[in-house]
Design a protein around this ligand. Sequence first.
Ligand code: SF4
Length: 374
Amino acid sequence: MEPLLAISDLRAYYETELYGISRTVRAVDGVSFNLYPNEIYGVAGESSCGKTTLIKVISGNVRNPLRIQSGTVRFRADDIDRDMLAMSYDEMRTVMRWKRISYVMQGSMSVLNPVRRIIRTFADIVSTHRGIKDKKRFLAETTDHVRRLGLPSEVLHSFPHQLSGGMRQRVAIAIATLFEPNLIIVDEPTTALDVVVQRGVLQMLKEIQQQSGNTVLLVTHDMAVHANVADRVMIMYAGRIMEEAATETIFQSPRHPYTQHLISSLPTIGERRERVSLPGSPPNLANPPEGCRFHLRCPVAIDICKTIVPAMRVLPNRHRVACHLVEGPTEEPQEAPTPAKAEALPDDAVTDVREPGAGVDLDGLAPTTQEMTR
Ligand code: SF4
């Protein structure tokens, strides 16, 4: 099957200079993976492992001091193969954003404009990307969309503060799926939600994916979330991929020592054994260790781990592991990396759900504040 998104040997670094001292943080360093149509692909790893930088690149949000050093990011949909790193900011905005790739950002429940009703946020996005010729039709279609996702139509006429955290998160997902994009990136969708609401949000995500057949890139450190909804999971550590496999394989027979630690630290009902923490903390990516980036914390490290970067081994059933202790054929280089071409976004570029629209006049369709408080 042709991948929807193919990332090959991606290197994305933050380059800063302060008081004449240059600093390069290797946030994503040689990452290759494919996303296929109609799957939920989980990305897991602790803070600062490169998850957020990866999202920035895929969503076309590369701005100073982030720079693409090398690699390719190709997006294939409707029989068109696009080199995303060669696309201009305007192309990303008009061709890709919302229509082909949408992004439910972390803490999206607090990014809705607090002084605008939800319907006006929908209107901003629709008017910016498609235009609104018929206001009644826009309202009918938007109402139909939120109802199909199981939300009451009243949310459209509410202000964000009138909704619960879970409802605001559902609204953010409804906005992201409005144009039925091929790829939906969801960043930490359940943070700060209680478990009952978490379940509702995850169920909604799963149903949307099943109904529309699009691809979901689910980024969260919460392994329980991956266990519940992801089809495949990739484990990142210090800017590199440690392991990737079907969710069942990751949880039942992890091969990488870091993944094994993540899985063994998950609590299970009725089990009271003591959980062991890994010593130390993730390395400073401005000065990462040579060899395997996990070797300073790895309980089974051997000498070669200190100097040689482990190759990615390919095991049966698309299971990939980067560890010297795992035997198997090494991965073929996928595509030759190309020089960086990504255009840094203008500093004033706005990329969240508050994207400016044409200030659509919805008078007569959206109730006024007085009407709402009556
Ligand atoms: Fe541990 Fe070495 Fe494997 Fe890295 S390569 S995970 S240090 S055994």
